[in-house]
Each structure stands twice: as C-alpha cells, then as structure tokens.
Design a protein around this ligand. Structure first.
Ligand SMILES: [Zn+2]
Length: 350
C-alpha cells in the first residue's frame, strides 16, 4: 500500500521573503528529490483542500484570524520574525487542510500518512516563530471531535519547543503532548521546562524533555526508552501525530541539537515503532529545517517513519558529540530522573 503524502504546489507560497530561513522552495525541492528516485512509486501524492474559517476556529480565536487577514492586506509583521506576506494565508490554510487529509488517511486504514506541517508556535490567539495557524492542534482537535478517537498523542521532535500546541491543550487530558527539544535556556521560544506539566484535569498530560545542545542521537534514544515509550503504553493513544521537521540536524542554521542524517532517520523509526506497537495510526508532519540540508534531511526523516528507501547522502565522517559518550551521562540522567519524579504523581509507569 502506497504511503499517502499530502502536497500542493501552492505550499511554496508559504514563503517568508528573501533571505528568511523559512523559504517556500523547500517543498518543491523535496518532491523533486523524491520523484527522481524509485521511492516515488511507494508514495501516493494527495492534494489537500484549504481549511475553512470554521475549521480554523476549532483552535483559533476569531479575533486572531481577523488580525492575520488584516496583516496580510498590508504585508505587516505578526512578530519580529514572522511577516504575513500576500499569498501566505491561503497557503497556510492549505497546509492545515493537508494535515486533516493525512488524519483522514490513517482513520481510513493507512498505518502512516505524511504531510507538510507542524506550525507548533501558533497558539489560540497568537502566532510567531514563522507560524500562523497551528495545523497540529487543528488535526488533533478535529480527531477528538469525531466519533472514533478519544486520545491523541502528539510527539514533537522539532528542535524548538511546541509552545503553541502545548498551550492549546494544556488543561486537556485527551491530548498527551510530549516534546523533545533543545534546552529552552538556549533557544527560541524559551519555553518547555520540566516543570511545565499541564493544568487542571490535564495535569501530567504535558511532558517536556529538554535536551542539552549537541545532544545527538544517544540522548534522543534514552529519552524515548525511559520516558516516551512507557508513556505511550500507559496512555494507549488512538492516533499519534508526530510534529517533525529536520531542524535538529547537525548542519541546521538555527539550532544545535546535532542529529546527523542517520539520527533523523532513527528518531523517525522510533516514532513509527511506537505507533506500530500501539494504535497503528501515525500522522507525520514535517516543516522545519533551515539551510541547504533540506531536502536531504526531510528525506531522512520520512524514511524513518515510512520505512521507504528514499535515497539519502549519509556523510562518512561524523563529529564526535558530548551525547555520544558511552556509559554515564549524569547531567542528563538527572534531568530524566527529575521528570519521572514529576510524572510519577500522574502515571503508574514511573
Ligand atoms: Zn523548529
């Protein structure tokens, strides 16, 4: 069965302008890389429909949607890093619609569906960090509004913390939000500390795993083994949404998490295994990655979650990283111990 891959040539209109790290050419570049390989036949390209205003209002305030529309008319700035340029809003609506198309595919029986998305900094009435509308949250909310889904797990492996997604579901125990990200003391948006655990009946359903700069794969793997895997078993999600993106790559222009290509693939494969051993429904959203390594790094990510042999150039030499050390890693062990201590109040598995 071919893997659904949701894509529109209009995604390229989500472009934040000349010289900005978020450029719209990355989508087409990835599709060209895919179509030049034998792997193309393992994917079915699916066209998205734009999300309507009613759909966006499932997570965003009407006043915020009005503000975005007004900014687009004048090409204004939402935040210092996020202009709203003509054409971007239609492309953003299409990307949200694409995430919904991917969720429908997994509800119809596909074990995995891929789409371009993961605008996790957009909150109910605010945006920024290159994000206008939170496609991840719209997809999760739409699943929960339907008759077949009671629990959604969001695994956010982007290098930045998913503050918008976290805030939208902070008091909601139907969504288990787990984020692995670069230590917030060292990277935008400066959120995602261990102590951010949810609120009200959602307490314990927000889980943040800050990773020191230059962590590399060993710490990702340890976080999965010791925290993410037991949580997945206990929560027993009906659907997993992975907010991916390749900005944890060692050559990324904006971050320092230092995964190499094989590391990006391995993280994707860990997420896939969690899905295969729980709900068997995985929506994979990819959007980040800043620098020439995209589209190769997207190929590595998507290879990991789909198991499709997309060609990736794996560099022969790699840099030795602090997280590579065998054996003791006392600083990170303490981080995970403290997190498990917090979570033990809410989860029997710790
Ligand atoms: Zn990011």
């Amino acid at each position: 069965m071919a893997v659904p891959l949701v894509y529109s040539s209009k995604y390229g209109d989500y472009d934040l302008g000349e010289g900005h790290p978020f450029n719209g050419a990355r989508f087409r570049a990835f599709i060209e890389l895919l179509e030049a390989s034998d792997a193309a036949s393992s994917f079915e390209l699916v066209e998205p429909e734009p999300a309507s205003r009613e759909v966006l209002e499932r997570v965003h305030a009407p006043s915020y949607l009005d503000r975005i529309a007004a900014l687009e008319r004048v090409g204004g700035m939402l935040t210092l890093d996020t202009p709203v340029l003509p054409g971007m809003v239609d492309a953003a609506r299409l990307i949200v619609g694409g995430a919904l198309t991917a969720t429908r595919s997994v509800m119809d029986g596909a074990p995995v569906a891929c789409a371009f998305g993961g605008f996790h900094h957009a909150a109910r009435d605010d945006g920024g960090g290159f994000c206008l509308f939170n496609d991840v949250a719209v997809a999760a909310r739409t699943l929960l509004d339907g008759p077949d889904v009671e629990r959604v797990m969001i695994i956010d492996t982007d290098a930045h913390h998913g503050n918008g997604t976290q805030d939208i579901f902070y008091d909601d125990r139907k969504v288990l939000f787990v984020s692995l990200h670069q230590d917030p003391r060292t990277l935008y948006p400066g959120r995602g500390f261990l102590s951010e655990l949810g609120a009200g009946t959602g307490l314990g359903y927000t889980v943040n795993i800050p990773l020191p700069p230059y962590s590399g794969l060993p710490r990702f793997r340890r976080a999965f083994d010791e925290v993410v895997t037991p949580l997945t078993r206990s929560f027993s999600p009906d659907v997993i949404i992975r907010n991916g993106g390749s900005d944890p790559y060692v050559g990324d222009e904006l971050t320092e998490l230092a995964l190499d290509m094989a590391g990006l693939e391995a993280v994707g494969a860990m997420v896939r295994e969690l899905s295969d051993t729980s709900c068997g429904r995985l929506v994979d959203l990819t959007i980040s990655g800043y620098g020439d390594h995209v589209p190769q790094s997207w190929a590595a990510l998507i290879r990991g979650v789909t198991g499709v042999d997309i060609p990736v150039d794996y560099p022969e030499e790699r840099v030795e990283l602090p997280g590579d050390q065998e054996g003791e890693d006392p600083m990170f062990a303490r981080v995970l111990d403290r997190l498990r201590g917090h979570l033990a109040e809410h989860w029997d598995c710790f």
